[in-house]
Design a protein around this ligand. Structure first.
Ligand code: RIB
Ligand code: CA
Length: 314
């Protein structure tokens, strides 16, 4: 096997963030250099505590967690309690974390990890892009050692938090706009792809029966699917953030097209809309590889198989 891909996961746990983190931990193809947290699904305090709780669940308090932005660059924070609950990880009973984040701010932590990595680092932001935008502004030199930024965010078609916008980009449109125009290679894993790869009851029951970690994921899903059942009539839930990690782990799982993406920061109606020039109408230079399709069975099999391989902390 070739050398593991060094990654940094920037997240706002959040049910699907937690599952994405478990997938990263369970995948020897990846070297998780650290986890950074951002306000999004819940407040920074809660998303940070949730990241620590998940790492402790699987006996990985060695993975450093650095807390980052507690609000978007230029807007008031909007949280996703209607999806993820008051704690941000409603559903399974998980003790409060025993460990604490590192003292370093996430933006400086990201810069240090990237600049000291012997091999270019893949950044996997799966929450609002505030920390990543600040990294590119305050530590521009780090961009030279970033292989790619694989985001979960945006959508070619419909939104989820509004008809126009996907939650991560809606929360911090200015940050997303900066990332897309940064010049760093970007892959956009949007709702068009994640909604095609739902974790269905058969997957959930397989995981529930597989052991403590699988049971934890099943209980996350039991809560998380509620919003998707009520809103879309789905039988299963999209594990959005895990698709971004899976694409790093197994490139090609998600089909992409190279297109120009802009972000609406002006209008209220379409705040945070990712405007994907799918049919190349603008003549603008493409700045992202945008997800258009996914091998859903292969993704779900990979996800279940990796979750099943995880053991709870002793
Ligand atoms: O719109 C889905 C995204 O918003 C996911 O990253 C989910 O965790 C929330 O952050
Ligand atoms: Ca997220």
């Amino acid at each position: 096997m070739s050398e593991p891909i060094p990654i940094l996961l920037d997240c706002d746990p959040g049910h699907d963030d937690a599952i994405a983190l478990l997938l990263a931990l369970a995948s020897p193809e990846l070297e998780l250099l650290g986890v950074t947290t951002v306000a999004g699904n819940q407040t920074l305090e809660k998303t940070t505590a949730n990241a620590l709780r998940v790492l402790e669940l699987v006996g990985r308090p060695d993975v450093p967690v650095a807390a980052g932005a507690d609000r978007p660059l230029a807007r008031e924070l909007v949280v996703g309690a209607y999806v993820h609950g008051e704690s941000g990880l409603e559903g399974p009973a998980l003790p409060a974390p025993a460990s604490r984040p590192v003292a370093q701010h996430a933006v400086d932590f990201l810069a240090e990890r990237i600049l000291t990595s012997a091999r270019p680092v893949t950044l996997v932001p799966v929450g609002p892009l505030t920390n990543v935008a600040l990294l590119l502004a305050r530590h521009r030199e780090a961009a030279a050692n970033v292989e790619r930024i694989v985001i979960m965010g945006g959508a070619i078609a419909e939104g989820n938090v509004t008809p126009a916008a996907e939650f991560n980009v809606y929360v911090d449109p200015e940050a997303a706009w900066r990332v897309f125009r940064s010049g760093v290679p970007v892959t956009m894993i949007g709702l068009d792809v994640t909604h095609k790869a739902l974790m269905m009851p058969a997957h959930v029951e397989r995981l529930r029966a597989s052991g403590a970690v699988g049971r934890f994921v099943a209980e996350l899903h039991d809560y998380f699917v509620r919003f998707h059942r009520e809103t879309y009539g789905f039988e299963g839930a999209p594990i959005h953030d895990a698709v971004a990690v899976a694409q790093v782990l197994r490139p090609g799982l998600v089909e992409t097209v190279h297109r120009h993406v802009d972000v609406d920061r002006e209008s209220e109606l379409c705040r945070g809309r990712t405007v994907v020039d799918l049919w190349r109408r603008t003549g603008k230079e493409p700045n992202a590889d945008v997800g258009t399709d996914i091998d859903a069975p292969a993704f779900l099999e990979l996800l279940c198989e990796r979750i099943e391989s995880l053991e709870p902390a002793k």
